[in-house]
Design a protein around this ligand. Structure first.
Ligand code: ARG
Length: 591
């Protein structure tokens, strides 16, 4: 494992050396290097520096250029305009850097030197409830962040904060006591596993029936409320029934996560109930320290800048006046657990933007209590709403929330149709069509979610998602498969770097972009911005398309050229594969 400095950072380094040699008084001024259309890079920093030193920028720029020692990376530096530097790196430097990347399993991507421990709260559906598109977003974005952060060397602890506690369980459990066979499986008494689909339909039926009874039958309501008290008191029979709901729901959750091709592990599911033993203590700590105060019987935390429409402050309620604990007490306890027991340096919450106020108040409370501080930070990676094609929140024609499973099945179906069309050409077996249909369909859903900035709403448009052209996962998957097909078809040459060759413009562009992979990942991890990785990969595939137009691989004029081009496409394939894997998307070998 060897991390490879990017050409940008090498150029930056050389410029900084030139700057401080020519102008010792400049200190460690930033040359402000950018990728450029005119040359490979442009440095704009000398303008500001000249202003600061009251010098002539063009003269200064010339002095800097002269002070840069001879080296084999910079091929040409030209002073242009009012005092920019246009910088061209040598072809050999590009190929040599890429060869160093290719020699490394991690493609030369460095580990983050200041890595810590991040607890990621994501994929948090609710027990006895159907999963919807909002849960999809948390799962998809969260899983990508897990992979990306781990790749940069961060220690990641996953937490699935499922909604498995609350007063609605009184109603559900009471109903089950009175209708004891409602959660039984069809194949009762055998080992046959119940399907996720069946588990959810059982839960749904039971939820609806108990809700109806709760709303219409006062006596049932009273029994249900008494059941909540039993549950909270830890009554064994009641807890055992509660556990049945949790287990049944997990069967369903796992079936959806599996469909999503996502690896969710049981020990990481620590739902709201996991913090029950801490709630009382959390409240006491907050009350004793004065962070929370009693107001009309409830334990509340107030904020200067959080007010309701009437102008009155809206508090965070940590304990209700009847003694009950809610969402906030649980989240505050979870923070204590994650900081103290999991030794987190960062807490990341992948949760709907509509919960931003909740997290703002929870984080601020935790800071006042000293649980969060300069060493331990919390951040909500907030995501927007999934909209239908019409731009309105996603609903069925009947106005109901769309079931996640139905969406995923439809995506797989559409993708399978797309894959089937190329079955002959790609030489796919029937099994491969089925498998690829899954990878393309699920990839399409994930990519659509990941390719726009998380906080923005996005339209769930399956036609667009499985389109072969444009910014879609299928386009990237085809780019990968095409390279693999070329590699299979070229039997008389192996990928090999040839730094002695002159590069065509499309080869340079592809090469320089490949070199940006590590820097892109660092930025993506730092900003929690997986959409920047998606954008990088899409550009990579676009560079590849331009490269194919101008630089034949199989029909390259010389053996060296062929080997070098194979080397370039091979590194492109590996970069695509790695990048897509970080987004949770598969890259089939044939498509
Ligand atoms: N279960 C919640 C929901 O479906 C999301 C939980 C988010 N995480 C948290 N720590 N509050 O909306």
């Amino acid at each position: 494992m060897a991390s490879v400095p990017s050409l940008a950072s090498t150029v930056q380094q050389r410029l900084a050396e030139g700057l401080s040699a020519a102008l010792p008084e400049a200190g460690s001024a930033d040359p402000l290097l950018r990728r450029s259309d005119r040359a490979d890079f442009q440095a704009n920093g000398i303008l500001a520096l000249a202003k600061q030193l009251k010098g002539n920028p063009r003269e200064l720029a010339t002095k800097v250029v002269e002070a840069i020692p001879a080296n084999d990376v910079l091929q040409d530096i030209e002073v242009s305009g009012p005092g920019f530097l246009n910088i061209t790196v040598s072809d050999a430097a590009i190929v040599n850097t890429l060869a160093a990347r290719a020699a490394d399993d991690r493609l030369g991507v460095p580990f983050n030197a200041s890595a810590g421990t991040t607890v990621i709260d994501y994929a948090q559906p609710n027990v006895a409830k159907e999963m919807h598109v909002g849960h999809l977003r948390s799962a998809v974005i969260g899983a990508a962040m897990v992979e990306i952060l781990e790749f940069t060397g961060e220690t990641v602890v996953r937490r699935h904060h499922i909604g498995d506690w609350g007063t609605q369980f009184g109603m559900l459990i009471q109903y089950l006591i009175e209708h004891p066979h409602e959660l039984d499986h069809k194949e009762r008494g055998t080992d046959v596993e119940v399907s996720g689909e069946e588990a959810m339909s059982n839960l749904n039926r039971l939820y609806k029936a108990s809700r109806a009874l709760f709303d219409s039958d006062e006596e049932f309501k009273t029994r249900a409320r008494a059941r909540v008290v039993d549950l909270q008191a830890g009554d064994e029979e009641t807890l055992a029934l509660w556990q049945r709901f949790v287990d049944e729901s997990k069967i369903y959750f796992y079936s959806v996560f599996e469909k999503l091709d996502m690896d969710i592990r049981d020990p990481d599911i620590v739902g709201e109930s996991g913090y029950n033993d801490m709630l009382q203590e959390t409240c006491s700590l907050l009350e004793e320290s004065g962070v929370a105060v009693r107001s009309e019987g409830a334990l509340c935390v107030f904020f200067d800048d959080v007010k309701g429409p009437d102008g009155n402050p809206v508090p965070l309620i940590v304990q209700k006046s009847d003694g009950g604990f809610g969402y906030a007490a649980t989240d505050l306890s979870a923070i204590r657990d994650r900081v103290r027991n999991l030794k987190a340096s960062t807490l990341l919450y992948v949760v709907d933007a509509r919960q931003s106020l909740h997290f703002k108040m929870v984080f601020e409370t935790a800071r006042r209590a000293g649980w969060l501080n300069d060493e331990v930070k919390a951040h909500q990676l907030a995501f927007g709403t999934v909209l239908g094609k019409d731009g309105k929140p996603f609903k069925t024609r009947e106005g109901e929330t769309v079931r996640l499973v139905d969406l995923l099945d439809e995506a797989i179906e559409r993708a399978t149709a797309v894959v089937s069309e190329k079955k002959e050409k790609a030489g796919l077996t029937d099994e491969e069509v089925v498998e690829n249909g899954r990878y393309v369909g699920i990839g399409a859903v994930k990519y659509a979610d990941l390719s726009t900035s998380a906080v923005r709403d996005y339209k769930f448009d399956l036609d667009q998602m499985v389109s072969l052209n444009g910014d879609t996962s299928v386009y990237l998957q085809y780019a990968y498969a095409r390279i693999q097909s070329i590699k299979r078809n070229v039997t008389d040459a192996e990928p090999a770097a040839h730094p002695e060759l002159e590069l065509a413009p499309a080869e340079r562009a592809l090469g320089l972009h490949l070199d940006q992979f590590g820097a892109t990942l660092a930025e993506v991890a730092e900003e929690y911005a997986p959409h920047k990785l998606a954008a990088y990969l899409y550009q990579l595939a676009s560079h590849l398309t331009a490269f194919y137009d101008q630089c034949p691989v199989m029909k390259a004029e010389t053996r060296e050229l062929k080997e070098n081009r194979l080397f370039l496409v091979d590194l492109t394939a590996r970069t695509l594969h790695q990048g897509m894997a970080l987004l949770g998307i598969r890259t089939p070998e044939r498509l």
